[in-house]
Design a protein around this ligand. Structure first.
Ligand code: EPZ
Length: 432
């Protein structure tokens, strides 16, 4: 398996172009199942998860074409065309679903378009058992008949789906997406209350509206969807990745550097930017994003407390990265994870680099140390992996990160983007 080797201790300086959001691209690709016409997605990031979703959709009969690279030298995101002229299959097999939970997002569209879907239960992952009960409950409220057998979800809607009033007992990004896509073709009106409000939900809703869906309340926790007979095609630019944006802003903070983040938007992560300003990072908005800098600022980082929450709260997907940053901020900070039940896998690896972190249930108390020391560490999930990259960039000496396939799922050309800012980082191909 590939490794990433970092020689830390250098302030980063330069420009990083932010890619399209993985967590918007995946549901947008699944939405292609809702129509027989073509969906063209631009600003598509080049990630392992996107390839997995492409493989799954191809098995279901979606014609997929990569329309090359759009704009300035091909790094302005790829352009993907998807056309589900006819649904050739309605099964999402275990071998694909187990590698990418987001495969469950084909459930709602298949039910709505083809009246049936057989999707492997995704199983747990490194950050928790991650059930899909809210997905199944919402779809059954829309009239689906759902059985669980042999590790599969067997869902049918022989008479089509019908609108319903749905109040989610807890906020779920994926369940909101599945329900919204299914409701777009259901008969009658659906109201989704306590719906997730992440920007990726709004991006999916905007594309569905372009396809002819009738959705009101976009950006709020209450979505009203009036079902239509059929949906058409769309041309849609994928929203910038707010998690990638926050990650690289923290790279500037932890190395005392100065990075301009391009092709992104401050409003996608206001809460995060406020928190980062509290740590002492200077954030200056620009026309195409913002500049994150601690260059020339000799004051130490300030320790701040963080509690994750659904949008607009502090994103759980930036919790591990914030913990790496706080591990070198003098003083004590408390980081509380409220979204997932087991998302502190990075703690033990950061501790091997000298971090002083004590976990107590859903909270971790971080006592900042003068410096981290490079070590060989192991990635466990996508965001834990990148927290180790941040730690390695700041640490004294060499850090080698194993199992970097986790990183490839969610960070496009990470080494390239960081090297361009002066990081000494390289990928060691398996066994070289
Ligand atoms: C999405 O996962 C993201 N993935 C996750 O990003 C992100 O961490 C998460 O939302 C929260 O923001 C994609 O968009 C592909 P949830 P999702 O349903 O939809 C529980 C990354 O690193 N829950 O909002 O699976 C669940 O266990 C990934 O890019 C149920 O109990 O998240 C969790 O504790 C990691 N029953 C909480 O709700 C359900 O049916 C939030 O999960 C569904 C979820």
């Amino acid at each position: 398996m590939d490794q990433i080797r970092i020689l830390g201790g250098k302030p980063l300086s330069g420009t990083i172009r932010i890619s399209g959001a993985k967590n918007a691209a995946l549901p947008l690709m699944a939405a292609s199942l809702l129509t027989a016409e073509t969906i063209r997605l631009s600003n598509l990031p080049h990630l392992a998860d996107i390839s997995t979703m492409t493989d799954l959709l191809a098995q279901l009969g979606v014609e997929i074409r990569m329309d090359g690279l759009a704009g300035n030298g091909g790094h302005a995101g790829r352009v993907l065309s998807l056309r589900a002229g006819a649904i050739a299959g309605t099964t999402a097999p275990y071998d694909l679903v187990r590698t990418m939970r987001a495969s469950v997002l084909v459930l709602g569209p298949l039910l709505a378009r083809a009246g049936r879907a057989r999707v492997s239960l995704p199983g747990g992952c490194a950050i928790g058992n991650r059930p899909v009960d809210l997905h199944l409950w919402a779809l059954s409220e829309l009239g689906a008949e759902i059985e669980l057998a042999d590790g599969y979800i067997d869902a049918r809607a022989p008479k089509g789906l019908r609108g319903a009033d749905i109040v989610f007992p807890r906020v779920s990004v994926g369940a909101t997406e599945n329900a919204m896509m299914a409701a777009a073709l259901a008969e009658g009106e659906t109201v989704l209350a306590n719906a997730a409000r992440e920007p990726e939900i709004g991006d999916l809703a905007d594309c569905l509206v372009e396809m002819g869906a009738e959705i009101e309340g976009i950006g709020t926790g209450v979505l009203s969807i009036r079902g239509v007979e059929s949906l058409g095609g769309a041309e849609h630019a994928i929203v910038p990745d707010r998690i990638e944006t926050g990650t690289y802003a923290m790279a500037a903070a932890i190395t005392g550097g100065d990075i301009e983040l391009k092709d992104t938007r401050c409003d996608l992560l206001d809460g995060v930017l406020d928190k980062l300003r509290e740590t002492g990072l200077n954030i200056t908005p620009t026309d195409t994003g913002f500049r994150a800098s601690r260059a020339g600022d000799n004051r130490p980082l300030s320790a701040v407390d963080v509690e994750t929450a659904p949008f607009p709260g502090f994103p759980t997907d930036l919790q591990a990265q914030m913990m790496a940053l706080m591990s070198v901020a003098p003083g004590a900070s408390v980081i509380t994870e409220t979204v997932f039940e087991d998302r502190f896998m990075h703690v033990s690896e950061l501790a091997r680099m000298g971090a002083d972190i004590t976990v107590d249930g859903a909270s971790a108390r971080v006592l900042g140390v003068d410096k981290l020391i490079g070590a060989e560490v192991m990635a466990t999930d996508l965001r834990a992996s990148v927290s180790l990259v941040l730690a390695g960039l700041a640490a004294e000496g060499e850090t080698v990160i194993n199992r970097v396939y986790h990183l490839d799922r969610g960070y496009e050309r990470l080494e390239e983007k960081l090297s361009a800012c002066g990081a000494e980082i390289e990928r060691i191909k398996d066994g070289q």
